[in-house]
Design a protein around this ligand. Structure first.
Ligand code: FAD
Length: 804
């Protein structure tokens, strides 16, 4: 019997076991199909380049911790980390601008040693390079080369020495027994191990292990080419394994590192070469290693040309080591972490780079020990993929796109081209007729703005844009924003997740989850957070009481799986509460704007005037023939309702409201306007402005916390945090009315980085760009001046008391 069986002794399995041991776990059994520790998995042949800076704050923090951890490790063979620095060169003006943007992330996330270099400075650090080819570079001295096998072995040995874990090589997991939805045992070719917890760190084999319990682990192995040259005369006498900084040449999708007097080259400059996890050979049958396929010369030619252009000294060099190595790509390139909802006790830590292996191990150990990781990990959440994004067709297409774009300059609104129209709302035909520009979100097609609204530009002034912030932008979205404030607009909110929660235990259950008091009269809509044990904001949603023992919980489409998993994990075991996911049964229209009451009143016999239909209440009523639930709430800060109707009645509902709205100048408006409208009103978005790293008080949501109502998850921790609060979510506006920033920019004052733009967008009614940032209390007073850095340019900003 084991407390936990870990499958896989690559970097992820070893790191997580080490961190579990630190958390006090005992009796962990790690099983590995290959020999220890050069197991034949991806870790066995990763050249180990660790570039820390990432668009994601969490990924950057995980990489920083990983560097710190590997730096302390070694084996008899030598250190596990060489802090030689990382250089990313720019071939184009566009890349140079991107590197400036990257420097902004570095400042925002605390990569304090990051800097830009001139071509000459690059040449001084890497003499082999032809500096005339580049415009400049981004440099992080603390980046470096991880020796992933040494790190794995050192971490494993530490856990063994602590008496926490035993590692078994040459032991293959062939089945996992699940009884009544709970893991009971792991079956290996060497015998059966009883356990109620298993952690899958099986890398590219993950999907095969997932299938044993019915869990889709959405990743595809992709082949990636890596080669080494024979000794290069210019490097003669280099005795250190690695001395020079590593180099990334992202414009040609290649990267380089030194191996003593040889040069290593990794290439993404070829079509994605996908591998079916079922076709990976067993260790005994693999010619080199299970995760290595024969080198395909035909895919390397262009990469070699690019290589010798940047490093002329390599011309004519022989390549003595050549592989197509495999590692995992997921549909959004994020890792996959968490406990399955298919089988209790089935934990997953998959699709993790060596770069993040230390940090992910720590986070997973925290999650499994206390349930509360010290970083926001929603981007890696195992529950983030909707069912339509879990087919092997979707996973392989999306994984291939991620491979293709791994070094590309990605705009936050760049769209995937494959697998579109998987989920459309019943209004879809009307949205298409109106010229909706769709974006893909959680499988849904969501209108961003509508071509048909072009005529609004005659009535509304929208400042023009240029450059990065103009990409995928249309002035029409600004006009939709202004028309919503002045008249009335319809928003397709069908992707909202709706959960019907019922049963005799429902009040106690929701009271234990929600920070707000939800034991309110029937017809009340309650805005609330659900907190984790640490008082951090796990979910942000509305709870509506529909009956004595019946509630509706409504949350965003992109957190559907996340929030549902949290609620399910806390269901009482006595069956006194039931959650039914009714999301697909109901469509939703947001009808908002000063004319919304007039439009609604024209199509219903119910009196919807303010005294009869108060804010934050809902009512069942009819719109024409259609029975709907109307909630008087607004995320855009204007009069109006979220209107829920049976999905099959959606088109009729849309047409009825549309017809009634004509005399009031009704329009359809998209997500882009929805976003800037909420920004101007100070409303928060979970995942960006709030998540588990923040608590409701510092986020300004104290009004929705009712500590006196009784106990709820996270209350104690929250009240303690309140005592020691040191920062506050602030609203800022840029002083220059024509300036626009996009989010993630550092906020700087007195030479210090104080915070960063959690959200940012242009407030078309305010006539200024709005930025949300958590600032230290000393800087949170209205009138405080800070600067916001965007592509290396500094914009003056002022903390304001109130936005619109
Ligand atoms: P693995 O190391 O593959 O470990 C999984 C283990 O699970 C394997 O040892 C396997 O044998 C075992 N296993 C699977 N199924 C079973 C079973 N049924 N029973 C028992 N055991 C099982 N990352 C970077 O950060 N920087 C780089 O520069 C870099 N370069 C790379 C270059 C190449 C050519 C390749 C291929 C990858 C590179 N990577 C790099 C990616 C990195 O190697 C991987 O993301 C990382 O090693 C994955 O670690 P892991 O522990 O999840 O997987």
């Amino acid at each position: 019997h084991a407390t936990l069986v870990v499958i896989g002794a690559g970097i992820v399995g070893c790191s997580t076991t080490y961190h579990l041991a630190k958390q006090g776990w005992k009796n962990i059994v790690v099983v590995e199909q290959g020999p220890l520790f050069a197991t034949g998995g991806s870790t066995s042949h990763a050249p180990g380049l660790v570039f820390q800076t990432n668009a994601s704050k969490t990924m950057t923090k995980l990489a920083q911790y990983t560097v710190e951890l590997y730096s302390q490790l070694s084996t008899d063979e030598g250190p596990a980390f060489y802090p030689v620095g990382g250089i990313e060169v720019a071939y184009t003006e566009e890349r140079m601008a991107e590197l400036k943007r990257k420097l902004g992330w570095a400042k925002a996330w605390g990569v304090d040693d990051a800097m830009l270099l001139t071509p000459e400075e690059v040449k001084a650090k890497v003499p082999l390079i032809d500096a005339t080819k580049i415009l400049g570079a981004y440099y992080v001295p603390s980046d470096g080369i991880a020796k992933a096998l040494r790190a794995s072995e050192a971490l494993a040995n530490d856990a063994i020495a602590a008496g926490a874990a035993d590692f078994y090589g040459n032991t293959t997991v062939i089945d996992i027994e699940v009884v009544n939805g709970q893991v009971k045992a792991v079956v290996t070719d060497q015998g059966r191990i009883e356990t109620d917890k298993v952690l899958v760190c099986a890398g590219i084999w993950g999907p095969r292990i997932g299938r044993m319990v019915g869990e889709v682990i959405p990743l595809t192995p992709v082949q990636h080419q890596y080669v080494k040259t024979a000794p290069i005369p210019e490097l003669a006498g280099e005795t250190e394994e690695v001395n020079f900084p590593m180099v990334r040449h992202q414009d040609h999708a290649i990267y380089f590192r030194q191996h003593g007097d040889c040069w290593g080259i990794g290439s993404y400059q070829h079509e994605p070469l996908l591998v079916d996890p079922d076709n990976i050979l067993p260790y005994a049958e693999a010619p080199v290693m299970p995760s290595v396929n024969p080198f395909t010369e035909e895919h390397f030619g262009p990469a070699w040309e690019s290589t010798t252009e940047l490093f002329p000294a390599l011309k004519g060099a022989e390549l003595t080591y050549k592989i197509n190595g495999m590692f995992s790509f997921t549909p959004d390139s994020g890792s996959v972490i968490g406990e399955s909802t298919q089988a209790k006790g089935f934990w997953v830590a998959e699709a993790v780079w060596v770069t993040h292996g230390g940090g992910v191990g720590k986070i997973v150990a925290e999650l499994m020990t206390t349930g509360v990781p010290s970083l926001d990990i929603h981007e890696m959440d195992i529950h983030r993929f909707p069912e339509v994004c879990k087919s092997s067709d979707f996973i392989t297409r999306a994984g291939a796109q991620q491979y293709d774009e791994v070094y590309d300059i990605i705009h936050p609104l760049d769209q995937q081209l494959h697998s579109r129209e998987l989920r459309v709302s019943p209004f879809h035909p009307r949205l298409q007729e109106l010229g909706a520009q769709f974006i893909f979100s959680a499988g849904w097609e969501r209108p961003q703005w509508f071509k048909s609204n072009i005529a609004l530009l005659e009535a509304y002034d929208v400042p023009p844009r240029h450059g990065w912030e103009a990409k995928h932008w249309s002035p029409i979205q600004g006009a939709e924003h202004l028309a919503t404030r002045e008249k009335v607009a319809m928003y397709d909110l069908t992707p909202f997740a709706k959960f019907e929660v019922t049963g005799p235990g429902v009040v106690a259950y929701l009271q234990s989850l929600c920070a707000n008091d939800v034991d309110k009269p029937i017809g009340k809509v309650i805005y609330t957070a659900m907190l984790d044990e640490n008082g951090g904001i796990m979910c942000d949603l509305t709870v509506s009481r529909l009956g004595e023992e019946k509630y509706w919980v409504v949350t965003g489409g992109s957190v559907h799986g996340h929030d549902l998993a949290w609620m399910q994990a806390h269901l009482p075991t006595d069956g006194s509460v039931r959650i039914i996911d009714v999301s697909s049964s109901y469509c939703c229209v947001g009808l908002w704007g000063p004319k919304a009451p007039a439009v609604l009143q024209a199509v219903t016999q119910t009196d919807v005037s303010k005294p009869q239909f108060k804010f934050f209440t809902n009512q069942q009523l009819r719109i024409g023939n259609i029975p709907v639930l109307a909630s008087r709430v607004s995320y855009v800060g204007e009069e109006g309702w979220e209107i829920y109707a049976p999905t099959e009645c959606g088109l009729k509902l849309w047409d009825t409201l549309w017809a009634a709205g004509q005399e009031h100048g009704i329009i359809a408006a998209g997500l882009a306007a929805f976003e800037t409208l909420r920004l101007e009103k100070g409303f928060l978005l979970w995942g960006t402005d709030i998540h588990t790293e923040y608590d409701p008080y510092e986020a300004g949501l104290g009004f929705a916390v009712k500590p006196n109502k009784g106990d709820f998850i996270g209350k104690e921790a929250l009240l303690q945090r309140k005592e020691y609060a040191s920062r506050k979510l602030c609203f800022l506006t840029l002083d220059d009315p024509t300036a626009v920033v996009m989010g993630k920019e550092p906020a700087i004052a007195d030479g210090k980085v104080l915070g960063y733009a959690n959200s940012a967008g242009y407030g078309y009614s305010l006539g200024r760009c709005v930025v949300y940032a958590y600032l230290p209390l000393g800087y949170a007073q209205p009138g405080t001046k800070v600067s916001v850095e965007y592509f290396g340019q500094s914009f003056a900003a002022t903390v304001v008391d109130k936005l619109l």
